[in-house]
Ligand binder design. Structure first.
Ligand SMILES: Nc1ncnc2c1ncn2[C@@H]1O[C@H](COP(=O)(O)OP(=O)(O)OP(=O)(O)O)[C@@H](O)[C@H]1O
Ligand SMILES: [Mg+2]
Length: 332
């Protein structure tokens, strides 16, 4: 069997604040097989970006990885030295950040920045590299690429900057691409183009992709597998088709109901009742129990494990303790 590109095992990332320790990523395990797109979804603040930043080891203080393993092609990144890590990050893993302005250098024209990345990674000369930049600019939907080539980051809109970052991350054809909400700021036509490019990267180069998003529609369209996070934990994980066909966790059911439907006549979007819990004061039992329509006595006292429903699908809910069909008595 082919080796998985990335295995995150029991990752724990915490923030040490004056108010207490925040368990931002709590015992998270995610597998990204070679050539697959894996979606990571969940509401704001659930730990998606901190999971990605932990993989890249770009966490800032007061955040710290407190446990677990991050195996890239079988090698634990948490045990690599800074030099080796820089090499892997520069050549084999690319990340598209949620905030693109932070990763472009403000004092160089954007075309030159992408050209230099190409020359470094692909050994092309200046002229060939410039051709390639213009080609990738067209692919990510940048209008008038020749003119944009000489623009400085501040002269471009947020959407254009994001497309340049996506182009730069893709052009190096990394083995693993981590994309944190890459299309959230873009309009739907450009979003569709970028998602199509990601599929192409997967299909033609065997790139493995971790795609972080709020949007279940995006998951349905491009992801092979999906992990649903809530308050620092993975609540449900599944092959994508199976997740939509056989949604099990009450939280995921809520997330899916909140996707607007084309024929929706309602003025307001459905949203899950209640508030995301404060990570400093999590309920003793299931972290979703204060918002769950099924929650009963046991859910408020005990934390459920992740239970296997079938080979493709697991869920962190007592309803599925025996696997297979939900059993309402289990919550009592
Ligand atoms: N600098 C920080 N100091 C303290 N706590 C932090 C800090 N950054 C993140 N956290 C904690 O980590 C949690 C997870 O943050 P993260 O950025 O991963 O959320 P997210 O799922 O990416 O949300 P969004 O969808 O809004 O991007 C937050 O809820 C917060 O409690
Ligand atoms: Mg985020």
């Amino acid at each position: 069997m082919e080796q998985d590109t990335l295995q995150i095992r029991n990752l724990k990332t915490q923030f040490f604040t004056s108010k207490g320790v925040i368990p931002a990523v709590d015992d998270v395990s995610i597998t990204i097989p070679k050539g697959k797109i894996v979606g990571l979804v969940g509401e704001s603040g659930c730990g998606k970006s901190m999971t990605a930043m932990s993989v890249m080891q770009l966490l800032r203080k007061p955040g710290k990885i407190m446990g677990g393993e991050i195996l890239f092609q079988g090698k634990n990144l948490l045990q690599c030295g800074p030099k080796e890590l820089r090499h892997i990050r520069g050549n084999r893993i690319s990340m598209i950040f949620q905030e693109p302005m932070t990763s472009l250098n403000p004092v160089y024209p954007v075309g030159r920045q992408v050209r230099e990345a190409i020359m470094l990674h692909q050994g092309l000369d200046k002229k060939q590299a410039k051709e390639k930049v213009l080609h990738i600019f067209r692919q990510v939907g940048i209008p008038e690429p020749e003119r944009r080539y000489d623009a400085y980051p501040h002269q471009l809109s947020g959407g254009l900057r994001q497309r340049i970052m996506i182009g730069m991350a893709m052009v190096c054809e990394p083995e693993l691409l981590i994309a944190d909400e890459p299309t959230t700021a873009l309009d739907v036509t450009i979003e569709a183009q970028i998602l199509q490019l990601m599929r192409k990267l997967r299909d033609e180069h065997g790139t493995s992709i971790l795609l972080i998003t709020h949007n279940m529609g995006v998951v349905a369209e491009v992801c092979d597998y999906v992990y649903v996070m809530y308050a620092g934990k993975v609540m449900e994980q599944s092959e994508t088709y199976e997740l939509f066909r056989n949604t099990s966790h009450p939280y995921t059911i809520g997330l899916l109901r909140s996707i607007p439907q084309l024929d929706d006549k309602k003025e307001r979007l459905y949203s899950i009742d209640g508030m995301v819990p404060n990570l400093l004061h999590l309920p003793k039992g299931c972290t979703f129990c204060n918002r769950c329509g099924h929650a009963a006595g046991r859910c408020k006292k005990e934390r459920p494990d992740s239970y296997r429903i079938n080979d493709l699908h697991s869920t962190r809910c007592f309803l599925y303790e025996k696997g297979g069909q939900p059993d309402e008595d289990k919550c009592k």
